[in-house]
Design a protein around this ligand. Structure first.
Ligand code: F6R
Length: 615
C-alpha cells in the first residue's frame, strides 16, 4: 500500500529510484513521483498514472542528483491527481516527503498550521506532516541543536496520530535523509558509502544485501556514510544489520505475460518449498521447528484461533477444516480487522495463528499485537522473511513460495493451506491420528506438487471454457465442507481481477437465498470433489439446472454431471487432505483467462494494492 524508495550516496539517484518504484508498483499504482536534491535545489516531479508515466517525464527533464526520495501511490486521502501525488513539499519550499500510512489527526494539524501561515496545495494528510516538520524545524528546534533536522522530525512525531513510514529530505540539510516508521514498513539498505530506503526489500532491486529493519517508533538519520537510529522518545537504538537472500526475492517475469500467470504456474515449486524438510524421517508426521514450541506446550492448547484478511482468511477457513478433521482441536477463524477491535472472549488455552503473505497487513499485525498484549502465544505463517509479522510473532512457519507480485494472491494461498495441513498433521499425530493415517497424509502431501502440475496441464482446456463465459456479469461459486473456502476464494479471484460480481456459498446453503440469482445470465461454478457428498452436490446442481442456470462443474467424478453441467473441468482423484489445494488451481485459471479476455490488467487490478498497510 504505497511504495517508498529513497537513495543517498554517490551515484545518480534517478535510475535507482525509478527502478525501485517499478519493483514496488504492486503496492499501489495511482500516481508516482520523486524529489531530488542537489546543491540546494529541490527538483520535484509527480504525475498521475503509472511509474512509466513518471519515467517519461523524468527523461524529458533530467536532473542529476545523488540523493532523492520517490513514491508510488495508492490513494487514501484525496483523489488521484497530480497535486495529490507524492512527494509533498512544505509551503516554505524547504522539505519534501514521501509517506505511506494515514495521519489520523491531520485536520487539527492543518488548522493549526493554516493559522501559522502555512499553505496547502493538495487534499492529502501527508502535506500536513511535511509542513509540521517545517514548522518544528523553524520554530521549535534551536539552530544549535546537535541534529536539528532529526530533532524537528522527532518533535513532530510526538504530535502525530496514525500510521506512517516516510522519508523526508530538506534543502536546509542537503546531506541527510530522515526516515521513520510506525505501522507502515520501512527498510534501510546498507551499501558502500550509500544507503537506500524502501517499503519492501524488492525496492532495492538487488542493490543492497544488508538491511536494517526499522521498527515502530524509530527514526533514522541517514547520511552517505552513517545511519543513526533513535526512538521518538529520543532513546538511542542499537543498529542491527541483517543479510537478505536475493534468490528468495527473485521476481522476474521469466517468459510469462503476467506475474499472476507465472505465479499460478509456479505452484508446484512453491508447494515443494513449503513441504521441503518438514516431514519426519518415519514419514508419519511433520517437523515444524519454526513453531518454536515444544510438543508438551503444544499439547496444552485446546483451541486455535486463526486471524487474517482476504485470501489469507480463506486459507484460515481451509485450515479450520483440516485441523478440526485431523487434529481434532476446535478452530475459530476471525477477520483480523474485526478481531482487533471486538475484544472477543478467548479461552486461556488458545493458540493464536495469523496468516499473511506479505507479513505486513496492518489489521493482521494489530490482531497479532492485541493477542500478545492479552498474553496469548502467537504463531504466524508468512511468505515474507523478515517481515514485521514474522519478527513480532512468537514463532512461525515461512512459506518460501517466492515473492508474490501479482496483486491477486495465488501461489501464496495454496502454499498457506499446505502449511496448515502440515500443522494439522503435526498436532494430529500428537493426539488421536494413527501412524497409518499420518503416513497416508504424508504420502498425499508428497504427491501434491505433481497433482497440481496435472491440473496446470489442463490450462488450455480451461482457457477455452473461460472464453465462453467472458461476457457474464454474475457468477456463483459453490462448494461444500473443505471446498467451501475454495469456492469463496474462486469468487474472490474472479471479482478482483475481472470486475465480475461473484459470490461463494456452501452449495446447499444456496437454496436459502442466492438461488434467487440463478438464471441463464448467472453461471454457477460447482466444486464436487468429495466422495461422501458428491451426490448431494449433484442435487444442488440439478436445482440450478431446473432454473436454467449455466453450470461449470469442477469434479473428479465427471460422469455424475453428464447431462447436467454445461462444462466440466475433470480433476485428478486425490487424497481428501489435498483436495482443496488441487481444486483451487482451475478456479485461478478460470478467473485469469476470463479477466485476460476482458482486457483487464490482472497484475494491477483497479482500486487494489498488495500489502494493505493502512486500515
Ligand atoms: C486477494 C489478496 C488479498 C490478500 C489480503 C491479505 O487476492 O491478495 O485479499 O490476501 O490483503 O494479505 P496478506 O496475506 O499479505 O496479509
Amino acid at each position: 500500500m504505497c511504495g517508498i524508495t529513497g537513495y543517498i550516496g554517490c551515484r545518480d539517484a534517478t535510475p535507482i529510484l525509478i527502478e525501485g518504484l517499478l519493483k514496488l508498483e504492486y503496492r499501489g499504482y495511482d500516481s508516482a513521483g520523486l524529489a531530488l536534491l542537489d546543491n540546494g535545489t529541490l527538483d520535484v516531479k509527480k504525475k498521475k498514472g503509472r511509474v512509466s508515466v513518471l519515467a517519461e517525464e523524468v527523461d524529458k527533464h533530467p536532473f542529476r542528483a545523488t540523493m532523492g526520495i520517490s513514491h508510488t501511490r495508492w490513494a487514501t486521502h484525496g483523489g488521484v491527481t497530480d497535486a495529490n501525488a507524492h512527494p509533498h513539499v512544505s509551503s516554505d519550499g524547504n522539505f519534501a516527503i514521501v509517506h505511506n500510512g494515514i495521519i489520523e489527526n491531520y485536520e487539527n494539524i492543518k488548522k493549526f498550521l493554516l493559522d501559522k501561515g502555512y499553505s496547502f496545495s493538495s487534499q492529502t494528510d501527508t502535506e500536513t506532516l511535511v509542513n509540521l516538520i517545517a514548522y518544528h524545524y523553524e520554530h521549535r528546534t534551536p539552530p544549535d541543536s546537535e541534529n536539528r533536522f532529526l530533532e524537528a522530525v522527532r518533535k513532530t512525531l510526538r504530535h502525530i496520530e496514525g500510521t506512517y513510514g516516510f522519508a523526508v529530505i530538506s534543502k536546509l540539510c542537503p546531506d541527510e535523509m530522515i526516515a521513520a516508521r510506525k505501522g507502515s514498513p520501512l527498510i534501510i539498505g546498507v551499501g558502500k558509502n550509500e544507503y537506500l530506503v524502501s517499503s519492501d526489500i524488492l525496492g532495492f532491486a538487488g542493490r543492497a544485501s544488508n538491511v536494517i529493519y526499522l521498527e515502530d517508533g524509530q527514526i533514522a538519520s541517514i547520511t552517505r556514510d552513517n545511519c543513526d537510529i533513535v526512538t521518538v522518545s529520543n532513546a538511542p537504538v542499537d543498529v542491527r544489520v541483517n543479510e537478505i537472500d536475493w534468490e528468495l526475492e527473485n521476481a522476474e517475469l521469466g517468459g510469462f505475460d503476467t506475474y499472476m500467470e507465472k505465479e499460478i504456474f509456479e505452484q508446484p515449486k512453491a508447494l515443494e518449498n513449503a513441504i521441503r524438510g518438514r516431514i519426519s524421517d518415519d514419514m508419519s508426521t511433520a517437523k515444524l521447528s519454526g513453531l518454536n514450541i515444544t510438543p508438551n506446550e503444544l499439547r496444552q492448547f485446546d483451541r486455535i484461533l486463526f486471524c487474517a484478511c482476504g485470501t489469507a482468511w480463506h486459507a484460515c477457513l481451509a485450515a479450520e477444516y483440516l485441523i478440526e478433521k485431523y487434529a481434532r482441536i476446535p478452530v475459530d477463524v476471525e477477520y483480523a480487522s474485526e478481531f482487533r477491535y471486538r475484544n472477543a472472549p478467548l479461552d486461556k488455552n488458545t493458540l493464536v495463528f495469523v496468516i499473511s503473505q506479505s507479513g505486513e497487513t496492518i489489521d493482521t499485525l494489530e490482531a497479532l499485537r492485541e493477542s500478545k498484549r492479552k498474553g496469548f502465544r502467537t504463531l504466524a505463517i508468512t511468505n515474507s522473511v523478515g517481515s514485521t509479522i514474522s519478527r513480532e510473532s512468537d514463532g512461525g512457519l515461512y512459506q518460501y513460495a517466492g515473492k508474490e507480485i501479482g496483486v491477486a494472491s495465488t501461489k501464496a494461498f495454496t502454499s498457506q493451506i499446505a502449511i496448515c495441513l502440515l500443522v494439522a498433521l503435526y498436532i494430529g499425530r500428537m493426539r488421536d491420528l494413527s501412524f497409518a493415517a499420518g503416513r497416508e497424509i504424508v504420502s498425499a502431501i508428497n504427491s501434491l506438487p505433481r497433482a497440481v502440475e496435472s491440473v496446470l496441464a489442463k490450462a488450455s482446456g480451461i482457457e477455452k471454457i473461460a472464453q465462453k463465459y467472458t461476457s457474464y456479469e454474475d457468477f456463483l461459486f459453490l462448494g461444500r465442507l473443505a471446498e467451501f473456502p475454495i469456492a469463496l476464494e474462486g469468487a474472490l479471484k474472479l471479482k478482483e481481477i475481472s470486475y465480475i460480481h461473484a459470490e461463494g456459498y456452501p452449495a446447499a446453503e444456496m437454496k436459502h437465498g442466492p438461488i434467487a440469482l440463478v438464471c441463464p445470465e448467472c453461471p454457477s461454478v460447482i466444486l464436487a470433489n468429495s466422495d461422501d457428498i458428491s451426490l448431494k452436490i449433484v442435487s444442488n446442481a440439478q436445482e440450478i439446472k431446473a432454473r436454467k442456470g449455466p453450470i461449470i462443474a469442477v469434479t473428479d467424478r465427471p460422469e455424475l454431471f453428464d447431462g447436467i453441467a454445461d462444462d466440466v473441468i475433470a480433476m485428478p482423484r486425490v487424497h481428501e487432505s489435498i483436495r482443496g489445494i488441487v481444486a483451487t488451481v482451475p478456479l485461478q485459471l478460470l478467473a485469469y483467462y476470463i479477466a485476460r479476455s476482458r482486457g483487464c490488467d490482472v497484475d494491477k487490478p483497479r482500486n487494489l494494492a498488495k500489502a494493505v498497510t493502512v486500515e
